[in-house]
Structure formats: structure tokens, C-alpha cells
Design a protein. Sequence first.
Length: 540
Amino acid sequence: MSILRARGPVPFAATILLVFASSCGEPPAPAASPPTEAGSVLRYDANGRPTAPLPAARRRPNLLVILLDTLRGDMVQAQPVPGEAVAMPTLQRLAAEGALATSAIAPASWTLPSITSFLTGLPPSEHSVDDPERSGRLPGEVTTFAEVLANTHGYETAAFVDGPFFARDSNMLQGFQDGAPGFALQGTAAVVGRWAEKRDASKPFFLLLHTMEAHDPYGAANHPWPLRPRNVRADLRTRWGALKEPWDITRAYLQDIHVRELLEQERGRPRLRQLVQCMNDGCEVDPRPDVLEELKASYLEGVRWVDGLVAQTLDTLAARGLLENTLVVISSDHGEAFGEHGMLGHGRRLDRELVHVPLVMRGPAPFHGGKVIEGVVGLIDVLPTFFDWIGALPPDGSTGHSFLRQFDAEKMVIRPPVATEVLATPSTLGSDRALLRRAIVSARWKYVVTYDSTEGTVTESVFDLLADPLEQNDLAAPAGVMPAGLPFDEVFCRAAEAVRERIWHDATTTSERGLTIYGPNIGRLSGARPEPLPCSSDRR
């Protein structure tokens, strides 16, 4: 069953679905099911098996998903500048052969909640695997896309992944029958090759490859393969001990794996706190554009290397016949910031550089011919789109929307806004604060609402993305209150109001989860609850 069944109030993302349906008719694609109420009939059990006979999928192509952790959306361009080198020529070529979504939004700005949302169709606040201090465990009663493909449609499923978040106790990978942690694209031939040799070639497959090779510390030297224990040299300890200034610590942490290991052994010590604070607001408090340029150059160098690894990976899979009748999807779980809005790294905020990710798809029709998918889509929409394409019903409770109809340029398709959110705790903020941020993004507008549990405040930000695509001009500043008279369309207006209402609900509900995350300050709001937004069908 879906986790949504066990919850009393209609969840935030389900509210957005209802808002969209009531104001514009049903969404253009039938992929997302309505919220699951207590006692209702579910299509699938907890393991993705049908509870009653379901129609078979119309087709059974393979699905290959490559998630390049920490890849910014601007690394792949819809219209590259003639004569100017692109950061990722392999992905650019694949986009020219297939399709590119120019405004793809991640469900969160860090790995764990974003990939869990991708695999389940649930937003972070619903699957609850979003606390950076506790990580969390995906409830076994959640039905994932992988489980449905494996147990209803006969797919072989395998996930080769990297990073500590994929440990078995997180339960993120339920539904994947094979795979291994500690994966890197450098190891595709050996690791995936062994899987390919033993798999049943008569069955279609869903293969997930996730790599941290673009993640900090940046560059090939910091991501050796195969993984092996590292012995930190004595002279490095001496050099590390000489690092005193926050920017020097930060520069080394993001560019040297050995320095990072040393720092992570110093948990609770002043240099770790200096690092966290510098990455949070050092770009504003003590700006160092020279260091930011150096760090971004290191990042770009690593991204170019990863692009070459993607080419090698696809060549390896093609040589084994694994790209035949296969939809290839390449994307990321989040981006990376280099001071654009005052911070480094990712998580904590929802700015464009953090949640705008590449989305390249290449395969059989309609995923070919250099199509450009206009409008905003979500990473959470990718698997619903695949299910729509093959004629399968998604897991109960999935809130993603298929964007399959957007491949037909002759049809105008109205898309619902895309939601994204992040929970920032004291350890990630380097202070005693805890923040919950949620955002709604449409083709024109972006609305962000933030609950600061320590200060007891709710603040708002609004950006006109047509006039201000880099989100530099907050129309709600300096008061942090939604201004009146903005020309929102009704769908966006109602979605923004739903986000706002959910934040106020979370800020005033003393639940066990709320007390755990926010502490005893939950519910101590200062200021009056804002008036509802004036959303009506005759607004333009």
C-alpha cells in the first residue's frame, strides 16, 4: 500500500493535484492517481503486486536511468552558443538525438529525499526520508515504481549506486532485485557486466546507475576506482593542521579527498563548524570571488571528466546489446551552488542552481529527433512518464504527472506547477536554527515559503522567472510577505496558496515528527496568519 493511505489530512502534494484538477480539469496525462484515502481500494500491495487483475502493459521496453549526483541544469543547454565549448558534449549529443527538458526541477536539493521521491513518486514531506541528521527509513508499506515493474510487469530490476544513503537499512531500493553499493561509472564494464552475463535476456529490465563522481571533492583525482582504503600521509596531517582560515578550510575540503577525511574525523571541532558556516553564508559575510571561481573551475573539470565516463558507459552497454529497445534517461538529484545566492554546495535552500537539473531522454519514438520539452517538469515526473508510455498504472499515491503529451509539438499541454522542498537542521546550518522550505515552480513564477522554527516566523519569496531567470530579484523583499496584485494564473495561485497553508499547518501542529525536527519552539509563531491569496478563474 501507499504511505498516503495511513495519513489523516490530505497531503500537501495531493492538495496540489486536487487544486490543478479543480481549476483546469484533469491533468493532461492519466499517470498520477488521486490521493489514497483510508479504506479505499488500492491497485497494488506493498510489494507492487496487483490486488486485482490489471491490464498488461502495451509494450515492455527497457529503462536505463543514469543519475549523475550534483549536476547543475545549466551543464546541458537547449541552444549552445555557436563556437563555444559545452561542458558536457556527450549529454549535448544525446539531447540532440533524443529529447531535452529545459526546466527540470528536483524534488529536493540534496540526495536522499530527492532520489527517494524519484523512486516512489512521493514528495519528501510524505515519504519522510528527508531529515539530514537522521536520514530515516522508507516505510516498507510504500509501493515503489521498481516493485510494480518487477512484480506486475515482469521486469528485471537492478540498482548500482554510490553514497552512504543507499545502505540497506534506508530501504530506499525496495523493488530492486539486484545491484550493489559503492558503484562508479568507471566500474561499469566490470560491475554491470557481471549483472548482464547472469540476467535473463528474455525479460525487459529497469537498470539504475547512480554515481557521485561529479560530487565534491571535485575532479577525477578525488574519485579513484576501484574504491580502496586510503592511508592519509603524515605530511598531509601537518599541512592540514596549518589550515586556520574558513575559506582555506573550505577550499581544501571541496578539492582534496584526504583533507575531507581528516576533517570528518574532527566532528564537533571548531574547524568543522567554520566549514559549515562558511559554506552557508561565507559568500555574503566574507566574499571571496577568487575562491568561488577556483571551486567552480574544479567542478567544471570534474563534470567534463564525468561526461566522458557517460560516453564510455553507454559504449559498454551498447556492446552488450543493452541499449536495444531501451529508453535512456540521464539526470541528477540536485545541482550545486557557487555563491549565486550566498552559499556553497547544496541542500539547505531551493535556489535555481540547486534544484534545476538536466534531463536528457533518448530512445524509441517519441524520445528521439532532438525534441525540446518546454515548460517546467519534475524529476518526480520521469517514471510516471515511462509508465504512461508503456501503458502501465503507477503506484498508488504517486504524485508525479506524465509529460508524454509534451512530445507532440502540435498539442498545447497545460502543466501543473512543480513542487520542491528541503529541511535544513542545525547541523547543516551551523547554528541552532531549523528551517523548512517549500517552493512551487511554473514556467513563469517561483514561490518559496520558509518556516524558521527557532524564530517562529514564516517568510515568503516570489520571483518572475521570465524577467528574472536567475532569481536575483525577490518581489516579496524586504518584508518577506507576498505582495498584492501579481498577475498569477489561477493554477499557480492556488498551488502557492496550498504550499502556504501546508507550511502554516506544519508550523502549528505539535506532532511527534514536528517536535523531533524543530524542537520545543514549534508553534510559537510571531505575526498573524496571512490572508488567502485572491485566486479566481477570471485572473490573468
